[in-house]
Design a protein around this ligand. Sequence first.
Ligand code: B1M
Length: 210
Amino acid sequence: DELVPQMGDDLYDGLKDEVAEGVNILLERGWAPYRILTEALVSGMTVVGNDFRDGILFVPEVLQAANAMKAGMAILKPLLAETGAPKMGKMVIGTVKGDIHDIGKNLVSMMMEGAGFDVVDLGINTDVDQYLGALETEQPDILGMSALLTTTMPYMKVVIDTMAERGIRGDYIVLVGGAPLNEEFGRAIGADAYCRDAAVAVETAKAFVA
Ligand code: B1M
């Protein structure tokens, strides 16, 4: 569809209204919400990420791109959530302390809700007390943690170690994700699984609660 590269440009330029309009047009053309998410929005953000890394884009521009992405995601959210899937379980999720990246986490939350999970989103910059407090009050099946920075990903281990110290590690399935992580890191910190993307998070969560 010729609209997709245009949407990539609009996302890159942080044009919120245009990105939202593009999402609506693709929906009218019969695109599935998940396809729009991955092929039009996430792919566009990859280009932004590369130019950010290479010093072509800076924080203010990336923030605008992120906001444009969120405008598109807001339209897709109810559509992804209304699949009428049977209730699967409950997940508490948050981006770890020191880290304010939330697009990936939000996407995982949306997809988990779409798959029938109740999701309690703790937001960004979540410290160990917030995670553990939520585990106690919400009693979820799953704890999800997201980190996008190499400097914040070690905090996941702090949370898991604290759970172990309190004797509650075995009560929850711990799933972790975020661009700088990998399977080996997930194993090393004692998570149950590393999830490469939101679709894998859903499949992994389903497999664990089954
Ligand atoms: Co930042 N940033 N950023 N940033 N940013 C990265 C992560 C970076 C890789 C860019 C780069 O240099 N190429 C780099 C990190 C380098 C490193 O650590 N080695 C970086 C940096 C350096 C920074 C700052 C330090 C920049 C600065 O201030 N100098 C700063 C840090 C602020 C902080 O957190 N303390 C910063 C700030 C920002 C913005 C605020 C401008 C903005 C965030 C806006 C927001 O989120 N509301 C931003 C953005 C947008 C990015 C990039 C470009 C895109 C991230 C994103 O949203 N991707 C990113 C570049 C990149 O990742 N290539 C970058 C799209 C999203 C759908 O993917 O988040 O990977 P992702 O999520 C995926 C999977 O990873 C997985 O599923 C998701 C969906 O498929 N997943 C999970 C994620 N979490 C999961 C949890 C799970 C399961 C799966 O739990 C069960």
